[in-house]
Design a protein around this ligand. Structure first.
Ligand code: NAD
Length: 464
């Protein structure tokens, strides 16, 4: 077991102020694989001071030079793909292939996209008799979750650095090891001291201290709606900028003209990926009443292929596993029909949950309203298109979704009626340059691409 005792602050690894530690577990077997320091408010303060001291220099660095550093960081992340993938598998439990392709691969693409955007964005524009300067917002406090642990770090740090901001990162306590690897990569490519700082620690201690710190100009948070709501209120009170990427309960709407077999297969894969721990997962499948029974049968067959420990990993920790099992029990108690899976433990060790499909789920049931964050799919029935729109929009969330139809135009017409930040049309691929973020309680602000960069910029208008 590896015992780490330092955090990356002001360009070097330095010991934490306090003596508290966090144990990092491998969720596949429950073994402790490492410890990291549990940062205190003093550690956060040291990191914010370092970020503030580095801000004038980094903000004044020409965007092309910032682009060069980000390109070097992308190359460094790519060079360490194997290590990153192995680390995510060890601390999150993701199957090796998923770790390589998504957990290690996506951050390389996102980091590269911000090297490109730093180079190509015009950080000033002309409007009538004004020149508008796009300037960095300042010091960014980034708080990230464990489900896509490196992607969520890079989706905040890369645009912040491209914009000329400096950053203090507080990663999730379950997955601090890949965040440490990221800090090593930052260090290796000569990004100046203090531009990026890492404080590992508990949410209510280090996370809270970062959110409350006066030296933070923008708070960017990804995680639960419950915590996001509190941080949003805090930031509002302090009049600081805030970006929130929160939960989801996305609908996968299969219109009668769609290729049902494909829509169900891709829909099930979308829910089971990362053991259902994806904020944008299409956890509600909406099927026309005439095709309902066939869709349920197909979904059950598709879900059964996800054998725990082979095609699907464990949940991140015992608490999440218990939470998900609790939702499955509640679904049964509320009268939904369990078609495949269930609350029992599929393996003697590890935090695994059976891939689970429920039929006869009605829109007001807990299963159809709350984010479960596990491999649990609910299949709902609709009577006509208006009914489908009403059900799809009938939750507090609005992060993502999908529409399947015989042709794209029909699907797009339906997608226009959805209150959600993203919609995949007939299985459209994830686009790392498209704005990602929520309507309604799914959040405030957008990540990725040019829209993600804009979050870290503020404008100054000069009139001539
Ligand atoms: P969480 O919101 O508790 O944690 C996310 C991050 O916030 C972590 O870094 C955590 O340390 C920090 N945090 C926690 N309490 C804090 C506080 N009081 N002040 C400042 N920072 C704090 O999320 P979780 O417990 O890891 O997951 C619970 C649920 O959150 C999941 O079941 C899921 O519904 C949701 N979630 C959503 C996403 C997403 O991408 N939208 C990601 C992960 C989790």
């Amino acid at each position: 077991m590896k015992q780490h005792d330092a955090m990356y602050i002001g360009g070097s690894w330095r010991p934490a102020e306090g003596s508290g530690t966090i144990e990092v577990e491998n969720p596949a077997d429950g073994q402790v694989i490492a410890t990291v320091p549990a940062g205190s408010a003093q550690d956060v303060d040291a990191a914010v001071r370092a970020a503030r001291a580095a801000l004038p220099g980094w903000a004044a660095t020409p965007p092309e030079e910032r682009a060069d550093r980000l390109a070097a960081l992308r190359d460094q992340l790519m060079a360490r793909t194997d290590e990153i993938a192995a680390t995510v598998t060890a601390e999150l439990g993701a199957p090796p292939k998923l770790s390589r392709v998504v957990h290690a691969g996506l951050p390389v693409a996102v980091c590269g996209s911000y090297a490109e955007l730093a180079r190509t964005t015009a950080f000033e524009e002309r409007i009538g008799n004004s020149t508008v300067l796009l300037e960095p917002v300042g010091v960014v406090g980034a708080i990230t979750p464990w489900n896509y642990p490196l992607h969520q770090v890079v989706a905040k740090v890369a645009p912040a650095l491209a914009a000329g901001c400096t950053v203090v990162l507080k990663p999730a306590e379950d997955t601090p090891l890949v965040a440490r690897l990221f800090a090593e990569c930052v260090d290796a490519v000569g990004i100046p001291a203090g531009v990026f700082n890492l404080v590992t620690g508990l949410g209510p201690v280090a996370g809270r201290a970062l959110a409350e710190h006066d030296g933070v100009d923008l708070l960017s948070f990804t995680g639960s709606t419950a915590v996001g709501r509190r941080l949003g209120a805090l930031a509002g009170g302090a009049v600081k900028r805030v970006a929130l990427e929160l939960g989801g309960k996305s609908a996968n709407v299969i219109l009668p003209s769609a290729d049902l077999a494909k829509a169900v297969k891709v829909g099930v894969a979308n829910v089971m990926a990362n053991s259902g721990q994806t904020c944008s997962a299409w956890t509600r499948m909406l099927v026309h009443t005439d095709q309902y029974d066939e869709a349920v049968e197909r979904a059950a067959a598709a879900a059964s292929a996800y054998v725990p420990g082979e095609r699907i990993g464990p949940l991140v920790n015992a608490r999440q596993r218990d939470r998900v099992r609790g939702y499955i029990e509640q679904g049964i108690a509320e009268g939904a029909r369990l078609v495949v899976g269930g609350p029992e433990a599929p393996t003697p060790v590890g935090y695994y949950v059976h891939p689970t499909v429920f039929a006869d789920v009605t829109p007001e049931m807990t299963l159809a309203q709350e984010e479960i964050f596990g491999p649990v799919l609910s299949v709902l029935r609709y009577e006509d298109e208006d009914d489908a729109v009403r059900i799809a929009n009938g939750t507090v969330y609005g992060l993502a979704g999908a529409v399947w139809a015989g042709d794209d135009a029909e699907a797009v017409a339906f997608a226009r009626r959805l209150d959600t930040g993203q919609v995949d049309i007939n299985g459209g691929r994830f686009n790392p340059l498209a704005p990602f973020g929520g309507y309604k309680h799914s959040g405030v602000g957008r990540e990725l691409g040019a829209h993600g960069l804009a979050e870290y910029l503020q404008t100054k208008s000069l009139q001539f």
